[in-house]
Design a protein around this ligand. Structure first.
Ligand code: RUQ
Ligand code: CUA
Length: 653
C-alpha cells in the first residue's frame, strides 16, 4: 500500500515536472507569461479586457465593439443601418443621419474602420468607417460610442478604398471602387474606356470637433481603386491606392480585368494638391450630397444637402501623382510604420511586392518614367521595388505590422497568415486560419506605433468552427499571440455580419473618458422635459406632441385622453435618471417603427399613429427596477369626431 502510494506520488511528480517543463518551454518560445492558451484569453469575472476592437459589420452596415483577448462582444454601434434595439434610424432625432441624395437609405455595407491619430499614434477620439454601397463616411465618437456624423461622397460608387486616416487626422480618405461617368450621364456602357472616372476624395476633419468636409476630389482614370493607406513618417503627405482593372473592362471582369501583368499603386502627394487647392486651384463642380450631423446637446441630427464639390484633374497639378506598377490585381495597399515600405498584395501574383518610398522619390527626381497613363507618369517597376517576398502563399489580401520589423500577410486561397521580415523579405512563420482569411488587425497596425501583442484574423468562411446554426451563420475571427517568434492561435470567436477590417486600441487610451450619462442641465432638445412639472401634451392640428419623462418606475404622464383616430402622436421622451447605466425603454403597441432606448439625461422621439379606437398601453422595455413591470401607461383613442378634451395625468383616479 505504502509502496504503491509512493510509486504513484513519484509518477505524479514526474508527470507534473514533465508537463510544466513542456509548458515552460512553450511559454518561453512564445514570450508570454502565462503557460496555457486558455489563461491567455481568460478575463476573470469582473475584470476587463486589455484592448478594444472595433470590427466592421460588413453587410450589417454597423460596427461592433469587442474586447481582446476575451473575444467578447460588448456593443453593436449602429452606423449606416437602422437598429430597432435602441431606435437608431427610427427615432425622429436619428432619422436625418441616414438621409442621402437618394433619399432615406437605412442600410449599407460597412468595411474599414480606422481610429483617429495624432502624430501618427492612435489618439482614441473617433473611429471612422465607410459605407460602401451608397458612398458615405461616418464618424463615431469614442466617448459616447455613437455615430455623430455621416457625409455622403458624390461622384463615387462602391466606396471601398476608404476610410483611412492621415497621421494627424488631417483627412479621412475615401476612394471609389467603381469608376463611373463624372458627372453621371446617360451613355453606352461599352464606351467605358477613357470616359469613366475614379474619384478619390480627401475629406478634411476639423481638429476640434471632428466635422468632415470634402476638401477636394481627384478625378483619376477609370480604373477600380481597391484599397488605400496613408504615408506616415517620411512618407507623410502621400497617400497610396491599389488599382485593378487598369484594362478598363466593363464586363466579365474576372477575365477581362485579369489581363495586364501589372496594375498600379497610385501614389498621390496630397500635400501638394492641398497647397494647390488652398491657392484657389481646382474647379467647383455641381453635386448633390448629404452632410448629416448629430448634436450631442440637442440629441438631434440634422441633414443638409451640399450642392458642389471641388474636383481636380491630375494634369492640373504636375508632379503630384505617379503610378507604381504592381503585379497583379492588387487588393490591400499597406504602409509599414516607418513609412518606407508600401506593400501591394497582388491577388493573382506569386510573390508579394514591396515598394520603397525612398526609391520612388529618387525615380521621380530623376524622371525615370516608363510612359504614362492618361498623362500620369508611370515609374519603372525595378526602380521602385524594395523587394519581394518569394512565394509566400496564395492569394495575398492584406498586411499589418507589429512595430518590431515584422509584417503579417493574409492569404485567402491558402487560408493562412504569414509572418515575414521587412528588409530581408524572408518568411519567418506561417499559421493556418480557419478558413479563407480576409483582413487581419494588429492594434495600432495602421499607425506609426503598433501595439504588437495580439493579431486577429477575420475569416470569410466559418464551416465547422462553432455549433451549426443552419445555413446562415456568423463569420469567425481568430486571435493570435504574436509576442513571440512564432504566432500562436489562442481563440476562435464569432463576429457579427461580415468582418472586413477592424481597428483595435489599448483600452486605457479610451476607457476612462467613456461617457456615463447625458447631463440633464446640458440637454438642449427643443422638446425636452427636464422635470415632471414640464411634462405636457400639446395638440397642433392632427399632430399631438407628448412631452414625457421617465424615472424609476413611472412615466409622466401615464394616462392620456383626447387622442383621436387619425392623429399622429409624437412621444418626446426624456429620461430623468442621472445615474450610470439606467436607461429606460419606451414601447407603444402597434408602433410601426421601433421602440426607443433612452440613456440617462437623453431625449428621444417616437412617432405613433392612432389608427383604432380604444385604450392602448405603452411600457418600459428595459428592466430598470424591481417595479419595472409597473412602469406602464395608457393612451385613450376616441373617434375622429369625438369631443373628448385633451388631458393627461399621473396618479389621479
Ligand atoms: S476588403 S477582405 Cu472590403 Cu477590405 Cu479585403
Ligand atoms: Cu423603466 Cu423598466
Amino acid at each position: 500500500m505504502k509502496n504503491i502510494f509512493k510509486l504513484s506520488i513519484g509518477f505524479l511528480i514526474t508527470a507534473i515536472a514533465f508537463t510544466s517543463c513542456g509548458d515552460q518551454k512553450s511559454s518561453k518560445s512564445n514570450g508570454a507569461l502565462s503557460s496555457s492558451k486558455a489563461e491567455k484569453v481568460y478575463v476573470a469575472p469582473g475584470e476587463h479586457d486589455s484592448h478594444y476592437a472595433f470590427i466592421s459589420g460588413g453587410y450589417s452596415g454597423n460596427l461592433t465593439v469587442y474586447g481582446l483577448p476575451s473575444g467578447r462582444m460588448f456593443k453593436e454601434i449602429p452606423v449606416f443601418s437602422q437598429f430597432p434595439t435602441n431606435g437608431y434610424g427610427y427615432s425622429e432625432e436619428t432619422k436625418p443621419l441616414l438621409e442621402t441624395s437618394y433619399g432615406f437609405v437605412p442600410w449599407d455595407d460597412s468595411h474599414h474602420p480606422d481610429i483617429s491619430q495624432t502624430n501618427g499614434k492612435l489618439d482614441g477620439r473617433w473611429v471612422f468607417i465607410n459605407g460602401n454601397n451608397t458612398p458615405r463616411i461616418a464618424r463615431i465618437s469614442l466617448t459616447s460610442f455613437e455615430t455623430e456624423e455621416i457625409i455622403e461622397v458624390p461622384n463615387s460608387a462602391g466606396n471601398h478604398s476608404s476610410s483611412f486616416i492621415t497621421e494627424n487626422t488631417e483627412y479621412v480618405v475615401a476612394g471609389t471602387r467603381f469608376s463611373v461617368p463624372v458627372p453621371q450621364k446617360d451613355m453606352a456602357i461599352k464606351d467605358y474606356k477613357g470616359n469613366f472616372k475614379g474619384a478619390l476624395s480627401f475629406i478634411s476633419v476639423d481638429p476640434e470637433h471632428g466635422h468632415m468636409d470634402i476638401k477636394f476630389q481627384v478625378l483619376m482614370p477609370g480604373f477600380n481603386y481597391d484599397l488605400s493607406h496613408p504615408g506616415r513618417g517620411k512618407s507623410h503627405g502621400w497617400f497610396f491606392f491599389t488599382t485593378y482593372n487598369t484594362e478598363e473592362a466593363s464586363t466579365l471582369l474576372e477575365v477581362n480585368a485579369s489581363q495586364n501583368d501589372k496594375d498600379f499603386i497610385a501614389a498621390i502627394n496630397w500635400k501638394k494638391i492641398e497647397e494647390y487647392v488652398n491657392n484657389g486651384g481646382g474647379t467647383m463642380m455641381p453635386a448633390n450630397y448629404a452632410h448629416n450631423v448629430y448634436d450631442e446637446n440637442t440629441h438631434t441630427a440634422t441633414s443638409t444637402m451640399k450642392k458642389e464639390v471641388r474636383v481636380i484633374n491630375p494634369s492640373e497639378v504636375p508632379g503630384a501623382i505617379y503610378l507604381l506598377p504592381t503585379p497583379k490585381s492588387p487588393h490591400g495597399c499597406d504602409v509599414d510604420p516607418s513609412g518606407e515600405y508600401i506593400v501591394g498584395n497582388g491577388k493573382l501574383s506569386a510573390n508579394l511586392t514591396v515598394h520603397s518610398f525612398t526609391k520612388m522619390l529618387d525615380a521621380i527626381e530623376n524622371e525615370k518614367f516608363d510612359g504614362d497613363a492618361y498623362g500620369i507618369p508611370i515609374l519603372k517597376f525595378e526602380d521602385v521595388l524594395a523587394g519581394s517576398v518569394e512565394q509566400p502563399g496564395l492569394g495575398p489580401l492584406h498586411t499589418e505590422f507589429d512595430g518590431q520589423g515584422n509584417a503579417y500577410t493574409t492569404f485567402f486561397i491558402s487560408s493562412e497568415v504569414v509572418k515575414w521580415k521587412l528588409g530581408t523579405w524572408e518568411v519567418l512563420d506561417r499559421k493556418p486560419t480557419y478558413y479563407s482569411v480576409g483582413h487581419l488587425t494588429i492594434p495600432g497596425g495602421n499607425s506609426r506605433e503598433p501595439f504588437g501583442k495580439y493579431m486577429f484574423a477575420m475569416n470569410k468562411i466559418t464551416k465547422d468552427r462553432y455549433l451549426p446554426v443552419g445555413p446562415e451563420m456568423e463569420h469567425s475571427a481568430q486571435l493570435y499571440d504574436i509576442s513571440g517568434d512564432k504566432m500562436e492561435l489562442l481563440l476562435d470567436f464569432p463576429t457579427h455580419g461580415e468582418p472586413h477590417y477592424a481597428a483595435a486600441i489599448p483600452a486605457e487610451i479610451i476607457k476612462d473618458k467613456s461617457r456615463k450619462i447625458y447631463k440633464l442641465a446640458e440637454n438642449e432638445h427643443p422638446r425636452k422635459a427636464t422635470n415632471e412639472s414640464e411634462t405636457k401634451v400639446v395638440r397642433d392640428g392632427k399632430n399631438v406632441h407628448v412631452y414625457m419623462t421617465l424615472i424609476r418606475s413611472h412615466f409622466t404622464p401615464d394616462n392620456i385622453e383626447g387622442i383621436k383616430v387619425g392623429d399622429k402622436v409624437f412621444f418626446h421622451v426624456t429620461n430623468l435618471e442621472q445615474d450610470f447605466d439606467v436607461p429606460h425603454g419606451f414601447a407603444m403597441i402597434g408602433a410601426n417603427n421601433a421602440e426607443l432606448l433612452i440613456a440617462p439625461g437623453q431625449t428621444k422621439t417616437l412617432t405613433w399613429e392612432a389608427k383604432q379606437v380604444g385604450v392602448w398601453p405603452f411600457y418600459c422595455t428595459d428592466f430598470c427596477s424591481a417595479l419595472h413591470q409597473e412602469m406602464q401607461g395608457y393612451i385613450r383613442v376616441s373617434p375622429a369626431d369625438s369631443n373628448i378634451e385633451l388631458s393627461w395625468s399621473l396618479g389621479e383616479d
